[in-house]
Design a protein around this ligand. Structure first.
Ligand SMILES: N[C@@H](CCC(=O)N[C@@H](CS)C(=O)NCC(=O)O)C(=O)O
Length: 199
């Protein structure tokens, strides 16, 4: 069977896993789960992801969900893809920024995305949108400082970049200005230029 990624093409969480997969160069099959049609809540899908979310990776019967866990799994499975540095100190930094992508970035942009994509404009919770717009500049400032003088989040490309970039691509559309963060903007351009970005 090989590797199968259950995803929805437009989902930024799925994109994290897809970026990692594409960076390995290994073949994988994509299976679209239509979240808008509720396919993630069917019994057959919940048999592989009990919370009914995307992404899920099925690697020949080894089922892993949570995009961060999928990225870590891929880094372990494909050491030659160099998605994870060898030195322990650098690995510690990858773990930190991977988690930062899941908590600080997704923590604000995820709920904003739900409002923007799953609610009609008049039903959007403005408090959630406002909180994200107020808090994200601090998160972006921290990331911008980290990227000073570096091509990627920890220096060399790693799964930390896969974890942080996909949600930030949506930030301007949510009313978050990236203009004050030149290092973030330059890094996003480098991410977009990688062949994996358009897979
Ligand atoms: N922490 C999870 C979050 C997964 C998640 O929430 N995915 C969204 C799509 S971006 C989803 O499947 N939502 C299901 C739904 O809206 O019913 C991960 O990183 O994999």
């Amino acid at each position: 069977m090989g590797m199968v990624l259950y995803e929805m093409a437009m989902s930024p969480n799925a994109k994290r896993a897809r970026l990692g997969l594409a960076e390995t160069g290994a073949p994988f099959e994509r299976r679209e789960v239509n979240l808008l049609a509720g396919e993630q809540k069917t019994a057959s899908y919940k048999a592989i992801h009990p919370l009914g979310r995307v992404p899920t990776l099925d690697d020949d019967g080894v089922v892993v969900w949570e995009s961060g866990a999928i990225l870590l799994y891929l880094a372990d499975k494909f050491p030659e893809a160099r998605l994870m540095p060898r030195a322990l100190a650098e690995r510690g930094h990858v773990y930190q920024w991977l988690t930062f992508g899941e908590t600080s970035i997704h923590g604000y942009l995820g709920p904003m995305g739900f409002q923007m994509f799953r609610r009609t404009p008049e039903k959007r919770d403005q408090q959630i949108l406002e909180r994200g717009r107020q808090r994200m500049p601090e998160v972006l400032h921290v990331l911008d400082r980290q990227l000073e003088g570096k091509d990627y989040v920890v220096g060399a490309f790693s799964i930390a970049d896969c974890a942080c970039a996909p949600w930030l691509e949506l930030a301007p559309g949510f009313g978050i200005d990236l203009e004050p963060f030149p290092n973030v903007r330059a890094w996003m351009s480098r991410m977009r230029a990688r062949p994996s970005w358009d897979v």
